[in-house]
Ligand binder design. Structure first.
Ligand code: ADP
Ligand code: MG
Length: 488
């Protein structure tokens, strides 16, 4: 292991920066920057710096306990490699948490100045691909897959049907008709199925189009008197995916063309996948088209339940590589019930907040976003305020009781002389939390633990730091207790 964990209380002087270390940090950032996604780089390295060095140990300061966890999981290895590229004699990265680093003046290197964002030139949007002579499709978005679609009671059937179609296009489930309200995942499933078929059959002509696009093609073909050509082209398609067919309502000529295309492909055992916002019989389309839709598999998607919403948020947060506290995700899942797109919109705003202002999303900031996005979201002030209450600093008694509850050991045993591991670890954790969050000195802590000597406390403190460095489970336990106490 290459890192160790420590925390400095505000009273302790931070190691003084010197020019050499500052240069080294800048060099290290130059090495790290291309390896880390921009938003992550700004978030996690902005208030980070070298605090000092002690022989082969390089002391890296972090602003928050949360950064410690994140750095240890994600950047520890690459930080050491970067340090070693600058100075071969570095053997270890030692992390220290120092709240003072959040202060602008504490930064040795201002990332936003040294590493300004380079705006990428937007490539002209290539919306379509040519699959064969004259056959075009909208580009399938690789972000949509059947694997990253979260399955719950509300969409299980639809997902299973898509999976079956992906395994055997043109088989039993033809056509596949998916319907459901806005933002519930129809396009995701349609494109995810297209992507899955494409992976297995890279040569297949998979056309994904919306009913508007299809209408435009028909209109253009009529205008240029090339209807035959259009028909002929669509007959070459292996998989036809048409999104939002409700928009074919009142477009008789397009419906007619679609009907012929549908029949030709269907008879050829080519897969057809359709989505709409309502079931076939409620569509305002020609009866013969509706009866074709009813021939195959029909699956609905409804609004996801709380657990599914939460699972989607966790998945999306991971996809966007943004770390959001579980409590915040739960809050969003509880208060957003309508569509998944809405959930995602909130998450994207959180990402923006993260990137632009380097603010970690909190329940309060998320609630603000939700209010702005949706004026009538039913957010009570207490919902938003409860985070404030939780941030209250606990007393030592509360800390020790919380640890005792968490590990099911008695407070008396923790304060007493026992040296069995079951007692020792909770005791050491209490000391760590007392120091870190209550800013208790070793002497105060010694007194709280039946008059132990301050060097004994110091040893215990070092022991737990060492353990945390090698034991990610223990680290998670400490985080869980901290959350319980409302200090993170
Ligand atoms: P629709 O086409 O039904 O209006 P979309 O497919 O565009 O909805 O979904 C809106 C957003 O929500 C997309 O970004 C999609 O990835 C996401 N989404 C919807 N349902 C799920 C799910 N079950 N798992 C993961 N993401 C989902
Ligand atoms: Mg859609």
């Amino acid at each position: 292991m290459t890192s160790s964990v420590s925390s400095l209380s505000a009273q302790e002087p931070t190691l003084k920066q010197d020019g050499v270390l500052q240069d080294m940090w800048l060099k290290m950032l130059n090495i790290l920057e291309p390896k880390v996604q921009r938003s992550q780089f700004v978030t996690w390295f902005k208030d980070t710096t070298i605090l000092g060095r002690d022989g082969g140990k390089l002391v890296v300061g972090l602003p928050l306990p949360m950064s410690l966890h994140w750095h240890m999981e994600h950047y520890c290895g690459m930080t050491l490699t970067a340090a070693q590229e600058c100075d071969k004699t570095i053997e270890q990265i030692v992390y220290k948490v120092d709240g003072g680093l959040k202060d602008n003046n504490a930064r040795s290197v201002d990332i936003l100045v040294h590493f300004p964002e380079v705006k990428k030139r937007k490539l002209p949007g290539k919306q379509e691909v040519k699959l064969a002579e004259g056959v075009v499709s909208k580009i399938l978005n690789p972000r949509y897959s059947l694997d990253n679609f979260i399955v719950g009671g509300s969409n299980r059937l639809a997902h299973a049907a898509c999976q079956a179609v992906a395994n055997q296009p043109g088989g039993k489930y033809n056509p596949l008709f998916l319907y459901g309200g806005v933002g519930l995942g129809k396009t995701h499933l349609l494109q995810g199925t297209g992507n899955a078929i494409f992976r297995q059959m890279p040569k297949a002509a998979i056309v994904y189009t919306t009913s508007e696009d299809f209408t435009n093609q028909v209109v253009e073909a009529i205008r240029s008197q090339k209807m035959e050509k259009l028909r002929y082209r669509y007959r070459k398609v292996d998989v036809l995916i048409i999104d939002d067919v409700q928009f074919l309502a009142n477009k008789e000529r397009t419906q007619e063309e679609f009907f012929h295309t549908f029949n030709a492909l269907y008879e050829d055992h080519k897969q057809i996948i359709i989505s709409a916002d309502r079931p076939p019989q409620e569509l305002q389309l020609e009866d013969r088209l509706i009866s074709r839709f009813e021939r195959g598999m029909i699956a609905d998607i409804s609004a996801p339940d709380y657990e599914t919403r939460l699972a989607i948020l966790v998945e999306k947060a991971q996809e966007y590589e943004i770390f959001i506290d579980m409590q915040v995700l739960q809050f969003v899942a509880e208060h957003t019930t309508r569509s998944v797109r809405e959930l995602e919109g909130i998450l994207m705003q959180a990402v923006a907040l993260y990137e632009l202002e380097q603010r970690m999303p909190t329940i309060k900031s998320i609630a603000e976003i939700m209010r702005k996005l949706n004026k009538d979201t039913n957010l009570e002030d207490e919902d938003v305020g409860f985070e404030k209450q939780k941030k209250r600093q606990p007393t030592f008694q509360e800390v020790i009781e919380c640890v005792s509850r968490y590990y099911s050991v008695s407070v008396t045993d923790m304060i007493g002389p026992s040296r069995v591991r079951e007692i020792l670890v909770p005791r050491q954790i209490t000391m760590l939390l007392g120091k870190k969050h209550l800013r208790m000195s070793y002497v105060n802590l010694g007194e709280a633990f039946s008059g132990r000597d301050h060097t004994t406390v110091m040893n215990a403190f070092n022991k737990i730091e060492e353990k945390l460095q090698n034991d990610s489970r223990l680290l998670r336990e400490v985080h869980a207790i901290e959350r319980e106490l409302g200090v993170v």
